[in-house]
Design a binder for this molecule. Sequence first.
Ligand code: GDP
Ligand code: IMO
Ligand code: MG
Length: 423
Amino acid sequence: MANSILVGAQWGDEGKGKIIDFLTEKADIVVRSQGGNNAGHTVIVEGKKYVLHLIPSGILRKGTMCVIGNGVVIDAVSLAEEITGLRKKGIRVTKDNLLISDAAHLTLPHHRALDRAKETAKGAGKIGTTGRGIGPTYSDKAARTGLRTGDLMDARRFSERLKSRLTDANAQLGLLGGETVDFKQANAQYLAAAKTIIPFLGNTVVWLADAVRENKEILFEGAQGTFLDIDFGTYPYVTSSNTTAGGACTGSGVPPNRISKVWGTMKAYTTRVGEGPFPTENDELGDFLHGLGREFGATTGRARRCGWFDAVFTRYAAIVNGIDDIAVTNTDGLDTMATIKVCTAYKLGRKTLEYPPTDLDALAECKPIYEEYDGWQKDTTSARKWGDLPVKCRKYLQAIARLTGAKLSIVSVGPGREQTIVV
Ligand code: GDP
Ligand code: IMO
Ligand code: MG
């Protein structure tokens, strides 16, 4: 058994898609277990770019089975478009390489409308969501009023349930000043999309249990990042699912004693999209990276906020996920820097903190304590083995792994599959 979970150790967009694609060479099955099409996972293979939102990145490897687990929230319209888009690019998507849980909750048109209306109503206090309806879908799941993928199998029953949910949602949208959703149009559009996804539906829990029994190797592809987790993130500036390692079990039905390893992916610096605290944010670094055409969101195209590597947060990510091995991405983003800062702890009044405080007001008061590293000022994008990296670069990478408290195992020096170094 060598089943592993890969999580983002920061605020999302750590390069999970790229690392999953790399690790999939040895895996039989790739599973998504939480989040929805708020995710945008970029994989570049032979110069061709793919951005996956709901489908596991393993779909790009021949012979890999992909599973969308019960914990994922599925916008059927978006998923149908993603399947069609991949097929147009020559990627085979059939029942032989994609299985979707019949117990996953559906993101419906009114969830998107509610997400946007709530954000607008919040004004300056908005979360900065992706507008994909994620929060309202998980709210319905927790309130026990959601619809699930399995409900699509009986069109008449689905329509009745959708109509009833729309009555409530439209009343709420009216109060929020949002645009209401027309039942006929939403129903027709949704049922048309459902035709594409129904053939993939099944009991993924039983299927995965059989795979475990057959000693197949499973890789869990985390979405978002540790600090967007509903429990462990910078609440309320988070997403609505458990993005941390435990979420892989509840979101797939694969029990914890069948998992042997946790990978943490992190950038060599930090980024965040949307609102919320970000102690090491640095506009100069942001301007520099944006100037290189980097750090624009894969889902919404928004410019990501950028800052120095923050070991206070990654150290917390290491304990909350049980990270064994680290994959550091975007090392090459720092190639031309003369000096690189790393936050090792926070000063809060007279106290020195090793972990971030839970209270956001306290976090806002925290002052990062930085260590400075000499930049390597050499191009790393063509490095293919550890020894190819400049000494100063290796020193920096080992330092951030040490400060995080896990083993450095992969270094990524570019977006391509081949730009990956096993340490
Ligand atoms: P994910 O959501 O965690 O899968 O990450 P995203 O795909 O949203 O964002 C990561 C971005 O960094 C994408 O544009 C990747 O192609 C890119 N990327 C990943 N690793 C590297 C790397 O080592 N160097 C460079 N230059 N880009 C990378
Ligand atoms: P991947 O998987 C980065 C952020 C949004 C917002 C907050 C809540 O590509 O790393 P939501 O739409 O989920 O209600 O938004 O979470 N967010 C992400 N940020 N990467 C993601 O996914 C994200 N998914 C959600 O920007 O701050
Ligand atoms: Mg992303």
